[in-house]
Design a protein around this ligand. Structure first.
Ligand code: LLP
Length: 454
């Protein structure tokens, strides 16, 4: 029995090839030169030493490439498609500008995200506003900004939006979020499309139909269509096909009941990415085909016109674009148990292993050309036994002072980071064409004290 209860669950014994090529989980521009990992033409070892660690590094070319792929493989199958980047995966002003420059919209999940998108200069007409319990203030902020769509999660919220719109003498276009009753094969915490969910209007018991009827009748509301989001890190595209079938059938039921033909169908995000070398997610091309062709076919079957189609990828845009750099500190070899390699970060900059049991590939950035012959557990510096970034992972022979790179940390790491133990949050550097630019600076102790006014 392992003595650490957090390690009690056995890690699947994957055959470890010390020479395995990590390029499929690294940013597109990653390369190894003179033993060092480079991204965007920038030496990661030099960057870590210059900027300090922990540090998030994002490959701008990779992000742009992913956004273009989504646009390419959706517009290949239909003309009226919008890629709406889900900002919760990773957001800062520089990211919003990249998204906007690439012709994509921004999906905001809170007033804070909306404020950042607007501060970045994204026009409100290119922003969608989301959230399962928007405050009245957030609803008002979205309406005042003039966002393209507010995605509505409940009757209560619909009434609040109607009242705020009437107050302002305006009409707000909305989508109703429907839970299609499809349970994708992913971690329970990130399944959202099943019937028992805090999100959206359920189809059973007539809740979604009641929502549609209200949306048609309430003043100040322009009922533009429906939204769904079945979960995240989904590999099996059949879940989308099934949900699309249900949604389009419902669109027809709504047409019969209310006489309204919806203009928008938003299928949410959720396309999975490759964290580990054994992961086999679908491609953006396959996703585009399943979603867009699926909607076209179902609409044809129901005799409905094809609506504007919206997709909301988050993780698939940024996850593999990012790496986190750390400096190795204490190394503890526990004979017959395992070796702990401690780093100058942890669950404050990447909560995903502790929260979801997420697994990451690692390498030593200053020994990147050597085989990964050791098996170690990468431990964070925080006061929690579960503060582990990678359990029993292959890595190069590692020493204190080495620069450790954790792959595929571009999504839901910085955005879910915290100040636990009053750790300052790392900065974010965008790299491109041999240039590194700090887009989010590292926090200082002054930042920790900024709101502490007592
Ligand atoms: N649209 C909606 C309405 C969403 O709620 C989400 C993510 C997305 C789009 C983007 O999903 P993506 O393409 O990134 O899978 N913190 C978790 C993921 C939570 C996802 C929440 N919603 C994680 O670290 O795995």
């Amino acid at each position: 029995m392992p003595s650490n209860p957090n390690l009690a669950e056995p890690v699947p014994a994957e055959p470890v090839d010390p020479h395995a090529d990590l390029s499929s989980v690294l940013p597109l521009t990653a390369e190894i030169r003179e033993g060092h990992l480079r991204v965007g033409g920038v030496d990661m070892v030099g960057l870590a030493r210059e900027q300090g660690t922990a540090l998030y590094v994002m490959d701008e070319a990779h992000i742009r490439h992913q956004l273009r792929e989504f646009r390419r493989w959706t517009s290949f199958h239909a003309s009226n498609v919008e890629t709406v980047y889900a900002a919760k995966a990773f957001m800062c002003k520089a990211m919003c500008r990249v998204v906007h420059e690439e012709g994509c919209m921004v999906l905001c999940a809170s007033g804070g995200e909306l404020a950042i998108a607007l501060a970045a200069g994204v026009p409100a007409s290119r922003i969608q506003m989301h959230g399962n319990n928007k405050t009245i203030a957030e609803i008002e902020e979205a309406l005042d900004a003039g966002v393209d769509r507010v995605i509505v999660d409940s009757l209560y919220e619909l009434e609040r939006i109607s009242a705020a719109a009437v107050d302002r003498g305006m009409t707000q276009a909305v989508l109703l979020r429907v839970t299609p009753g499809v349970k994708p094969d992913t971690h329970g915490y990130i399944q959202t499309g099943q019937e028992d969910s805090k999100f959206g209007f359920g189809l059973n018991h007539g809740l979604a139909m009641e929502g549609a009827r209200h949306a048609c009748a309430l003043p100040g509301i322009d009922f533009a269509g429906f939204h769904m989001h079945i979960g995240s890190q989904i590999f099996a595209l059949q879940s989308y096909s099934k949900a699309i079938e249900v949604m389009v059938e419902f669109m027809e039921a709504v047409r019969v009941e209310t006489g309204r033909t919806v203009r928008d169908l938003d299928v949410g995000g959720g396309i999975g990415i490759k964290y580990g070398l054994a992961d086999e997610p679908s491609t953006i091309e396959e996703f585009g085909k399943v979603v867009v062709d699926g909607i076209k076919e179902e609409c044809e079957r129901q005799g409905l016109p094809v609506p504007r189609i919206l997709i909301e990828p988050g993780r698939a845009v940024v996850a593999n674009a990012g790496i986190t750099l750390y400096t190795v500190g204490t190394i503890k070899e526990l004979p017959g148990i395992r070796t702990y390699v401690a780093i100058d970060g942890g669950m404050t900059d990447n909560i995903r292993p502790a929260l979801y049991g997420a697994r990451y590939e690692c390498l030593v950035a200053n020994k990147a050309d050597r085989p990964r012959t050791e098996i170690v557990t990468v431990a964070g510096k925080h006061c929690e036994t579960g503060d582990l970034i990678a359990r029993d992972v292959p890595i190069q022979e590692v020493e204190t002072g080495d620069i450790l790179a954790v792959c595929a940390t571009g999504a839901y790491c910085q955005s879910m980071s915290s100040n636990y133990n009053k750790q300052v949050r790392p900065g974010v550097v965008f790299v491109k064409d041999g240039q590194a630019r700090v887009v989010v600076r590292r926090e200082t102790y002054d930042d920790l004290l900024r709101c502490d006014v007592g």
